[in-house]
Write a protein that binds this ligand. Structure first.
Ligand code: NAD
Length: 475
């Protein structure tokens, strides 16, 4: 398929050229340049801010039915365009077409859920003596600056656009420069469904320039960011300068507790598929496998056997189970983290090397006996590597799960009902999967605690994060 034209979408205008700097978008399966992406300059960002201010005034007064109709219309268009959207995502991000198609449907589910929620944004009437009246209303927070990363090129922009639009906000989206066409295609579904063009816009640029410019403006009242903890902390400080509201979806280091009483084969079939989904470039990826000692060897052998069977190839190939990594930075990170772990005493069970010289393919990797001082046991690897270690008992396993400052997703495999409840309570995480890797849903909050961020996307909480309350007292 041909790769679409790229542009900035500001106030309904497709802007490119004009002496703007550009960024080369690359196909991770080949390393070939797909297109040049225009980067916003200060005047572009000011134009987007002015439009967002106008768009907010318009959209906050829209009826819930209007918002609902736009979200449902965009969802319908995404279904119609599913194959086109999926192919764009695979071309610029590398993931398999099967995964990209699921991403489209996740957006469809979320937009339809929000379309239903938006007509239920109730306030409260407080109990007061006759003649007095006090009400609490919810209002849209204002124009939102949203920053979306490249790992879910369709899903992340869907999340960043859907909630503000449902809440009655305008939004300026800066999606990742690596995957711009997917973001533009999702925005186009909303515009084609009737969303006024100053309500949602898309800019690309030098990330730090764009975020400083947008967060430096008093027009922006909320920032929503998905990405690394390092960048998230930097942006949170910028947002704090103007007391802007924030939703932060940051990194994780997913612990997976595997107890001896678990259905080990079911656990293996589930977690191995989960580990290598999107080449491990998933914030809720299962990463630290914390295995009860008596089943460690069996679990490790079963994991390695399955990892070796994962077919790595171009995401558009019919047999590919895992595509390339999304960019060359990830290959370097894998080599550094795995090299450091092995140098510190870890055993490389399989993988541990790049595949071929074209594109950014990396072998599904398993490390065992990795010492806790290895960088990879402390830093989010964001790649196709599983870390499998043995622990003596439940207390040691929970302590290891909570050792890191991250707290996004955690998983536990056990058939003991009392232990399921204990573990779910004790683990410090925003999402816990017990005997499952399915921890998301359009009706369920998605977010973390500690260094994994705060606030949630999806579910009623996703819209709530774009609303402020106002108490009105009448004497
Ligand atoms: P990075 O940390 O520089 O970038 C992460 C994302 O943040 C990218 O989309 C980037 O465009 C954006 N970004 C970076 N600096 C920014 C700024 N000043 N203002 C606004 N946006 C900014 O590095 P990377 O190489 O793209 O990814 C490295 C790490 O980021 C990964 O190892 C992973 O830990 C994390 N990450 C997390 C997610 C997630 O879903 N939580 C997604 C992508 C990357």
């Amino acid at each position: 398929m041909t790769y679409p034209d790229l542009y900035l979408m500001i106030d309904g205008q497709r802007l490119s050229g004009g002496g703007r700097r550009t960024h080369k978008v690359v196909n991770p399966a080949t390393g070939a340049v797909l297109a040049e992406l225009p980067l916003a300059d200060a005047a572009d960002l000011d134009a987007a801010l002015t439009a967002a201010q106008r768009g907010f005034r318009r959209w906050r007064d829209s009826t819930p039915q209007e918002r609902s109709a736009v979200l449902q219309g965009a969802a319908r268009l995404m279904v119609e365009r599913q194959e086109e959207l999926a192919r764009i995502a695979t071309l610029e991000q590398g993931k398999t077409l099967a995964e990209a198609r699921i991403e489209v449907m996740m957006n469809v589910g979320l937009f339809n859920f929000y379309a239903g929620e938006v007509v239920r944004l109730y306030g409260r009437v407080l109990v007061r003596p006759v003649g007095q009246r006090s009400t609490v209303t919810k209002e849209p927070v204002g124009p939102v600056a949203a920053f979306a990363p490249w790992n879910f090129p369709l899903g992340n922009p869907g999340r960043k656009l859907g909630a503000p639009i449902a809440a009655g906000c305008s939004v300026i989206l800066k999606a990742a420069e690596e995957t711009p066409a997917s973001a533009l295609a999702i925005l186009q579904c909303l515009l084609d469904a009737g969303l006024p063009s100053d309500v949602a816009q898309a800019v690309f640029g030098v990330p730090d320039e764009v975020s400083r410019h947008l967060l430096g403006s008093p027009i922006i009242r909320k920032m929503s960011f998905t990405g690394s903890t390092l960048v998230g902390k930097h942006l949170a400080k910028l947002a704090a300068e103007d007391c802007k509201r924030t939703t932060m979806e940051l990194g994780g280091h997913g612990p997976v507790l595997v107890f001896a009483d678990a259905d080990i084969d079911k656990a293996l079939d589930t977690v191995v598929a989960g580990k290598y989904r999107n080449a491990g470039q998933v914030c809720v990826s299962p990463t630290r496998f914390i295995v009860e000692a008596s089943v460690h060897d069996r679990f490790l052998a079963g994991f390695v056997e399955r990892a070796k069977k994962v077919v790595v190839g171009d995401g558009s190939g019919p047999d590919s189970i895992m595509g390339p990594m999304a960019n060359a930075r990830r290959l370097d990170a894998m080599d550094r983290l795995i090299g450091d772990a092995v140098a510190k005493g870890a055993t490389l069970e399989t993988g541990g090397a790049r595949i071929g010289n074209a594109g950014f393919f990396y072998a599904p990797t398993v490390l065992s006996c990795t010492p806790l001082d290895a960088d990879i046991m402390n830093e989010e690897p964001f790649g196709p590597v599983a870390l499998i270690n043995a622990y003596p008992d439940e207390a040691a396993m929970i302590a290891e799960a909570n050792r890191l400052p991250y707290g996004l997703a955690a998983y536990a495999w056990t058939s003991d009902a009392a232990r399921q409840r204990r573990v779910a309570r004790e683990i410090e995480a925003g999402m816990v999967g017990i005997n499952t890797s399915m921890i998301g849903g359009s009706d369920s909050p998605f977010g973390g605690v500690k260094w994994s961020g705060h606030g949630a996307e999806d579910g009623p909480e996703g819209i709530d994060a774009c609303l402020v309350t106002k108490a009105i007292h009448e004497g």
